[in-house]
Design a binder for this molecule. Structure first.
Ligand code: HEM
Length: 325
């Protein structure tokens, strides 16, 4: 597919896509409007960060149509099913950051960090579009070794740590697996006891809520978001109390070997350095022109989010593999 620069082409924003049921012809004409674009500026924190009704009349639940894309993240799938993200499942990083802040009250810094880390390896830096699931013509493609494969892509952002999805080696790493789901539901009740509010008649049963979220990717009726932005606060304390050194099995079961060079949730700088120097550079070894510029801009946005992360007391050095913009 060729991507042409055009100043007067129709907006290619997926927000303009119909809610469901795009025909093949709609898709083809949407692809024809794909354009080279300057990366959108990441949204800052919203002015109001309190609780509010999220499952409202403007955001009805509509299950995905046959061409709508969903993927490994129940959070993003839910936001798309309620129209906080384009229902087609293709979005810009700025749309994703706005949606997770709005729908789940995710804190601005962590929303930027996660979104740009995923976008740089799974999205298309030329068109500024990311598929929240499988690879799609709607994002446009780029030459190898770039993948532009959407969030389903294994091994660059998505990994083998899901509660409800299979490891990539075993098959489908992005759709909920019924066997894993049943194991989760059968786990001891202490893990998810019913919540009793003051009124004895109101019982929120976590398995029922979890089913709505994980299986249907739907907000519970009358869902209000958290009363303050949530981040990964406490992650350092949790990992300090229960240390798990990052590593991998050395080719067979029960051969877990610690990787001393790996980044971790208590060492965000190493996480950032390895991500940029290894993962991103492998996908984009020698970009030129607009691709180089847009990669540099997006990596800048990723770097800017680092100091906001919990436990980030050390200032990481900024890496410029594609120059400074
Ligand atoms: C900020 C942008 C976000 C991106 C780019 C993103 C992306 C992803 C990806 C790629 C996975 C699969 C991980 C893996 O298999 O290794 C995942 C899993 C998950 N995401 Fe998100 N996510 C985002 C925000 C959210 C939000 C706001 C929520 C909801 C509260 C959420 C909830 C989850 C959960 C619970 C899982 C684990 C699913 C499981 O273990 O079966 N995510 N996310």
């Amino acid at each position: 597919m060729s991507i042409q620069r055009s100043s007067n082409s129709p907006s290619r924003s997926p927000r303009t896509a119909p809610c469901t049921g795009l025909s093949e012809r709609d898709l083809a004409s949407a692809v024809a409007t794909l354009d080279i674009t300057l990366p959108g500026t990441p949204p800052g924190p919203p002015s109001f960060t309190g609780t509010k009704l999220i499952y409202d009349a403007l955001h009805p639940y509509i299950p995905p149509g046959p061409l709508d894309i969903r993927g490994p993240c129940p959070g993003l799938n839910t936001l798309a099913n309620h129209g906080y993200l384009p229902r087609i499942g293709i979005a810009t990083p700025a749309q994703i950051i706005s949606a997770v802040m709005e729908g789940f009250n995710m804190e601005n810094g962590i929303a930027k960090f996660v979104t740009y880390a995923a976008f740089v390896v799974d999205g298309n830096p030329i068109t500024d579009l990311l598929s929240i699931g499988r690879k799609s013509v709607l994002t446009g493609d780029l030459a190898d070794p770039a993948i532009v494969g959407g969030l389903n892509t294994h091994g660059v952002f998505e990994g083998d740590a899901s509660t409800t999805r299979l490891d990539a080696y075993l098959g489908n790493n992005f759709e909920l697996n019924d066997g894993l789901w049943n194991q989760y539901l059968e786990a001891p009740q202490q893990a998810h006891p019913p919540i009793h509010r003051r009124e004895p008649r109101i019982r929120l049963h976590l398995p029922a809520l979890a089913t709505l979220f994980f299986k249907d990717n739907r907000f519970p009726k009358d869902f209000w978001r958290a009363p303050k932005p949530s981040s990964a606060n406490g992650i350092v304390q949790v990992f300090t109390a229960h240390p798990i050194a990052p590593g991998r099995n050395a080719g067979k079961v029960n051969s877990y070997t610690v990787d001393p060079n790996s980044g971790s949730f208590t060492n965000f700088c190493a996480l950032y350095y390895n991500f940029v120097n290894q993962t991103v550079k492998t996908l984009y070894p020698n970009p030129t022109g607009i691709l180089q510029r847009n990669l540099a801009i997006n990596l800048g946005y990723l770097y800017e989010s680092l100091p906001t992360l919990p436990g980030s007391t050390v200032k990481c050095d900024q890496l410029f593999p594609y120059g400074q913009v």
